[in-house]
Design a protein around this ligand. Structure first.
Ligand SMILES: [Cu+2]
Length: 153
């Protein structure tokens, strides 16, 4: 009986609960301005991510998503919670401050669209970032998040 109960609990705890994550949109801290913290996140399909804003002049939105995924855009100055069901690499930014390099990356499950995401980001970086251009480079570096997550699976 106890064994069955433990097995059931283990099953429930590993598969049934989607995790909830938060990403904070930050205006100014420690001499750095307009950034997301964390600026990258690895989550599992079905998890939720809430974008929390510390100022009315933020508007988190998706700018690149895997095929079949739903895009999102917060109302200006409002938090937004999204459920990420499709695997792959997502790029998001702040509609107001993306010119200042305010953007980030979420990997849901396997980075199945990594090549496409990498091409998109290269163009996006040149066209969008006027300041803090190298801010997300650590994610795409050969030793960065995306290559780690791609090679470790
Ligand atoms: Cu902003």
């Amino acid at each position: 009986m106890i064994t069955r109960l433990l097995a059931l609990l283990l099953c429930v705890s590993t598969s049934s609960f989607a995790a909830e994550h938060a990403i904070n949109a930050i205006k100014f801290r420690n001499y750095e301005s307009m950034f997301f913290e964390p600026d990258h996140l690895e989550v599992e399909p079905g998890d939720t991510v809430t974008f929390v804003v510390d100022d009315r002049d933020h508007q988190p939105q998706s700018v690149f998503i895997p095929a079949g995924a739903s895009s999102w855009q917060a109302k200006p100055g409002q938090p937004i919670t999204v459920t990420l069901t499709e695997q792959g690499v997502y790029l998001f930014d702040c509609a107001y401050h993306n010119v200042m390099g305010m953007a980030g990356v979420i990997v849901v499950g396997e980075p199945v669209n990594l090549a496409e995401a990498r091409r998109f980001f290269a163009r996006y970086r040149e066209e969008t970032f006027a300041m803090s251009r190298d801010r997300l480079d650590h994610i795409w570096d050969p030793d960065g998040l995306l290559d780690r997550s791609a090679s470790s699976r």
